[in-house]
Each structure stands twice: as C-alpha cells, then as structure tokens.
Design a protein around this ligand. Sequence first.
Ligand SMILES: [Zn+2]
Length: 126
Amino acid sequence: MLFASQVTLIDEYNTSQICHCCGNKLKDVYQKKSVSFKDGNGIEKVVKLRSLIWALKRCDHCKSMDKAKTKYDHTYKHRDFNAAINIGTIFVRLCERRARPPQFTPPPETATAADGEAHEPHPDAT
Ligand SMILES: [Zn+2]
C-alpha cells in the first residue's frame, strides 16, 4: 500500500558548520598522537601527528554555557546530527516565512534553484 507523501529539497549550505544549539560557527576537531620509529641508524624518532576528525565539530560557546547546568558536555557535535537538526530548522522557517535563516543562505552564485520546492516522490520509491 502506498501512502501519499511530499518531498521538499533543502540546500544543505552551512548546515554542518553552524551550531544547532547557539548559532555560532563550529570549529574543526583534531586528534593528536605520537608515532615512534627507528631511523636508518637505529635511533628512535618520535613524530607528533595531528589529524582531522571529520565527523566531529566543536562549539566553544556551548562549552562555556552548558557544562555548569547539565551533566553532559555539549562541546562536541556530530556534524551529520547537527546538520539534520539545522535542515529541520530551515524547513520550518521556509514553511513559516518563505525564507531561510540568514546564516544558512548561500551566496547567490551557489544557491540551488530547487531549494524549498516540493516534489512528489518517484513512483518507484518505497
Ligand atoms: Zn553552540
């Protein structure tokens, strides 16, 4: 049995870069580690590496705001979870005001024509 549904396309511009809690710009998170190896003369060398953790972002504003009030640390945000909440916020704003929040509004040259348009699902979609 098929159910009637409607799909609305939302441009994902900035949705993983802006904190869904406070609206501030999120920062990258890096993992630091040391790797040791022996060089050609048998002398042990240590190299410090810093690698980007792509899935995580950090909000310094939420870090200072929330930790005293709750037992949870709200400093780190999963970028996909954060983006999903922001996309929901954009959808609600589009329904209410027919406009995206300014922080999620792409420059005119990168905006997609489909943003906010409603589409019927493909007949083969389940
Ligand atoms: Zn925040």
